[in-house]
Design a protein around this ligand. Sequence first.
Ligand code: LLP
Length: 386
Amino acid sequence: IQGQLRPKPVPWWKGRREQLLALAAADTPRYVYHLPTVRERARQLAAIEAVDRRYYAIKANSHPAVLKALVAEGFGLECVSEGELQRVFEVLPELDPARVLFTPSFAPHHEYAAALERGVTVTLDNVEALRRWPEIFRGRSLWLRIDLGHGDGHHEKVNTGGKTSKFGLAAARVDEFVDAARALEISIVGVHAHLGSGVETRAHWRQMYDELAGFARRIGSVQVLDIGGGLPIPYGQDDEPFDLRDWADGLAEVKAIHPAFELAIEPGRFLVAEGGVLLARATQVVEKDGILRVGLDAGMNVLVRPALYDAWHEIVNLQQLDAATDGAFDVVGPICESSDVFGHRVKLPAGTAPGDIMLIADAGAYGYAMASTYNLRALPAEDVIE
Ligand code: LLP
């Protein structure tokens, strides 16, 4: 296991400037995914002994090549919609449905029915669904998602635990769920929690693991504890270190206390964020009231994370990669929204000019996956480097 994830390793794209420029010459904006980096992250997680089952949360990046690569590395897949399930079985028709989780939120009846029909593992997170649609759940083996009452994450918008969150069954209603399930001869074979994304708190997962084990004992029939995803990646050079070995040691300690259960994880970002970059072309450089702005042909419709979460992504001028970063620019897109800004006062070569290819780093997770056609702009292209 790689100990420290930071200081940030030298990114793969630094050595592939010519190849990326050639790809960008065809058309921009485009995402490029480097599969060796995705595989490397997969292997780091596969080396963690306490973890028995690994699922990839495909909402982060559902490109067919990424799905194939991660399944080949031994990962199962976690889906949250019928569309995601369709993608998975289109790309991997031979995949054993037992390796697929369906963990939706407020899904309609027909999505649960379709998932059960496919034979994938369905996770429920409320009693009301059982009461309203008993006929589709009767006699099944299901997982239960619990809100453990606390959450975390890189931004309040990705915190999925606690009273204000729509996710998970309230801990106080677990007994009620168990009774309703028993009445329908449902066996609860897994308990699940995912309480946030981009979590930096070291104790987060071991606490969840321990709390889920407590619920599992009470329920009796549970075999698997799923502690969700949420592992952070080093977007910035100066972020607090996240130590994968320390994370693994924490899980191993809890496992020693509760050896009877299988431990499952379902990360998204950790596996794919660093493997992806966004390439965009500078369209205009404009001065206004002392602020220099460089406009790109990609906006918040292509990568929404900065607009939605004030997320920070490294931005470089790929054309002038070796030039001194002696200028400061606000990097903006072409969308008619004030939040269409990728970064303020970004250090770039002072000579940055229209036509230059710009690279936005660590964009492999929740990049294309969240892209839209807002302002009737086209979706970006995608490329894969084997
Ligand atoms: N499992 C469940 C049930 C989830 O809801 C999520 C993410 C994951 C696993 C994977 O979480 P990860 O390991 O990627 O943190 N768009 C936001 C992130 C939203 C995450 C939603 N759920 C962003 O760009 O930061």
